[in-house]
Design a protein around this ligand. Structure first.
Ligand code: HEC
Ligand code: HEC
Ligand code: HEC
Ligand code: HEC
Ligand code: HEC
Length: 485
């Protein structure tokens, strides 16, 4: 026992002789109880607040490791004037050759191993929980609040709001984890130095190929047949008349078990390969599309309508899920759809006359900040209804208040003036938009033609059968629903 206290004494003296070690030891002593306590708390109760997480894993954790490194450096390299014999080579040689001193050496080694063990355990805990923290949706989505606020808000409204950011943005495997942390570090600097672009650029440079992430959950080769899509919209008339669009989407298959690939997911069947070259990095204009068929024949379709030749550094891209589903999770709606959705949910009351039309007008005004938009929407709607429907406002003020809150929400979930995100800043490529100029129509516009005269089809029925378009009571719905509403 006396030897043990000797050893601890020698160890402490060793540390005390070097200022560097001393500072390190102090840091370790101070941080350890907080760090271990916080990690254990996080393990059991899961800390949700990203800033508390940041204090633990981005400040306390590195401080603890830094302290250990200082202790180590001090012991070996920054000894005081007096020679510290602990752990030096001569000392070790001395002890290992003299049998009488051997037992003390064993204790010293034991003590060192014990301390290292404790430290390794703490570092293991730190690495394990720190990894989870860095991968958590709250870290990705909330830590850099203004920067990620738009993506996080849109994500929370999407079908993927329970899929964590990393499942799409990183996926499994160490290589992509490391890549993401390297680019993450770069992004932290950009945020710290305020050099990041507003809005954040899209398409995302160097995003992992979608097939390696989406296909962890979705299997287009098992899709088949067609899908009935019913869209509910509202007209801009006094009654806000609800209308329906009914489409039979040829969702098709990337090669199901019975048939061959067909329809929309034909593009991602393994036997077909579609590559394209866009005019610039936005991928909005596709200059050239190449199809390699199962038998190896190749068809090159060139765009006769191209406004600019592709820049020389423009990559040849293999078409994948994200060329159509570019907004699976960050769904920024166009104004009409945003308002329709709020009307459908009842957030905006359907029985307030002309609310669709008035809402469309106010949300499309230019606003400098989110706060200006919130108050502007309230002021303008109030003024208009006071003027045109004074009785209604007097009798049922709650109706207008609710409408205002709904319209404000439709705006603030999709438009972010602070990040320069206006309506339609982020284009959704899943369809073709009202003007038939985006999404599918970047290729299927009738002007992509091969040397032999084959044209990428622009026939409406290749993609969908339109069963009804903006009709109040479409026959087809009555047929399907058996006259029940
Ligand atoms: C279902 C998959 C999926 C999930 C989950 C997901 N993203 Fe994305 N994200 C994408 C795709 C796809 C793009 C756009 C790719 C492109 O067009 O290059 C994107 C783009 C982005 C962009 C670039 C700006 C933009 O909107 O194009 C940011 C920033 C971003 N995501 C952050 C996040 C954060 C933060 C989370 C978690 C809160 C998250 N993402 C969750 C798929 C996903
Ligand atoms: C971790 C699993 C997971 C990953 C990864 C994932 N998804 Fe999904 N996805 C889901 C789930 C679950 C749903 C169903 C959500 C629902 O019905 O509310 C869904 C729904 C969808 C839908 C239907 C949306 C709708 O409006 O009904 C599409 C399209 C889709 N995902 C595309 C993608 C694409 C593209 C990617 C890759 C960028 C992707 N998903 C990655 C789990 C995932
Ligand atoms: C050529 C464009 C295109 C490509 C490429 C594509 N999709 Fe789709 N996908 C669509 C369209 C269009 C729909 C129907 C959307 C709708 O409901 O209106 C759809 C529907 C889906 C759905 C919902 C199916 C359902 O029955 O509700 C999922 C899931 C999906 N796609 C996943 C994927 C995945 C994963 C990939 C990549 C392997 C992929 N898609 C590639 C265009 C595409
Ligand atoms: C990068 C170019 C490109 C884009 C973008 C694109 N396609 Fe295609 N698509 C092609 C080519 C090439 C063909 C083969 C030529 C043809 O059949 O006209 C094709 C064929 C098709 C076919 C016929 C498949 C079959 O059964 O033979 C459908 C359906 C289709 N596309 C739907 C879509 C839809 C829906 C979208 C948008 C969500 C879309 N495409 C976007 C290039 C593209
Ligand atoms: C290359 C495939 C393709 C072609 C060709 C095509 N569409 Fe579409 N269209 C789509 C897809 C995909 C959607 C669904 C988008 C979505 O899910 O929101 C769509 C949606 C629509 C909608 C519903 C819009 C809404 O949300 O209310 C209408 C209307 C429509 N298309 C009309 C047409 C007409 C008319 C033509 C022919 C001139 C045509 N489309 C050609 C792929 C195509």
């Amino acid at each position: 026992m006396r030897h043990l206290t000797d050893i601890i004494g020698a160890f402490t003296r060793g540390i005390a002789r070097s200022r560097v070690s001393l500072i390190g030891a102090m840091i370790v002593t101070v941080t350890t109880p907080f760090l271990v306590g916080a990690i254990v708390y996080d393990l059991i109760w899961h800390i949700q607040n990203p800033y508390v997480g940041a204090v633990i894993y981005m400040m306390l954790g590195p401080a603890f490791i830094g302290g250990l490194v200082l202790v180590f450096l001090g012991l070996f390299f920054f000894k005081g004037k007096e020679e510290v014999r602990l752990f030096t080579l001569d000392y070790l040689r001395d002890y290992f050759t003299d049998p009488s001193k051997f037992s003390r050496m064993r204790k010293l080694v034991f003590f060192a191993v014990f301390l290292t063990g404790v430290n390794m355990f703490i570092m293991g805990l730190l690495a394990y929980r720190g990894y989870h923290y860095m991968e958590s949706t709250s870290f990705c989505g909330q830590f850099c609040h203004t920067v990620m606020n738009p993506e996080y808000t849109a994500y929370q409204q999407s079908p993927h709001s329970r899929v964590s950011c990393v499942e799409c943005h990183i996926g499994s495997g160490a290589t992509w984890f490391v890549k993401s942390k390297v680019s993450g570090a770069r992004q932290l600097f950009a945020v710290a130095l305020d050099t990041y672009p507003r809005p954040i650029l899209t398409p995302v440079h160097g995003l992992r190929p979608a097939r390696e992430t989406c296909e962890q959950c979705h299997r287009p080769e098992l899709f088949h047949g067609e899908k009935l899509v019913v869209r509910e919209n509202f007209r801009e008339d006094e009654q806000n008349t609800p209308v329906h669009t009914v489409l039979l989407m040829r969702v098709g298959s990337a090669g199901d078990r019975t048939g061959s690939s067909h329809g929309i997911h034909w593009h991602v069947a393994p036997e077909n390969q579609i590559t394209y070259r866009a005019s610039d990095h936005t991928r909005m204009e596709i200059a050239e599309t190449t199809l390699v068929k199962p038998d190896g024949t190749q068809i090159v379709y060139t765009n006769s309508n191209v406004s600019a030749e592709p820049q020389p550094d423009q990559e040849v891209r293999v078409m994948d899920c994200i060329d159509c589903h570019n907004r699976p999770s960050h769904v920024y709606l166009p104004p009409s759809e945003a308002i329709n959705r709020k009307l459908l949910e009842g957030a905006i009351p359907k029985n307030l006359p002309f609310i669709k039309r008035q809402a469309m007008l106010v949300v499309q005004q230019p606003y400098e900040t989110s706060a200006a938009a919130t108050s502007g929407i309230a002021t303008e709607l109030n003024a208009w209804y006071q003027k045109n429907y004074p009785d209604l406002v007097r009798q049922n003020p709650a109706l207008l208040d609710q409408a205002i809150r709904g319209v404000q929400a439709a705006f603030s979930e999709n438009v972010f003036p602070e990040m320069n995100i206006a309506w339609n800043t982020y284009v959704n490529h899943i369809g073709h938009g009202e003007n038939f100029d985006i999404g599918c129509f970047r290729c299927h516009d009738g002007s992509h033609e091969s040397a032999a005269g084959e044209v990428i089809s622009a026939d409406c029925n290749v993609c969908h059968v339109i069963l009804a378009e903006d009709e109040p009571n479409p026959q087809i719905l009555e047929t399907i629903r058996g006259n029940r509403q």
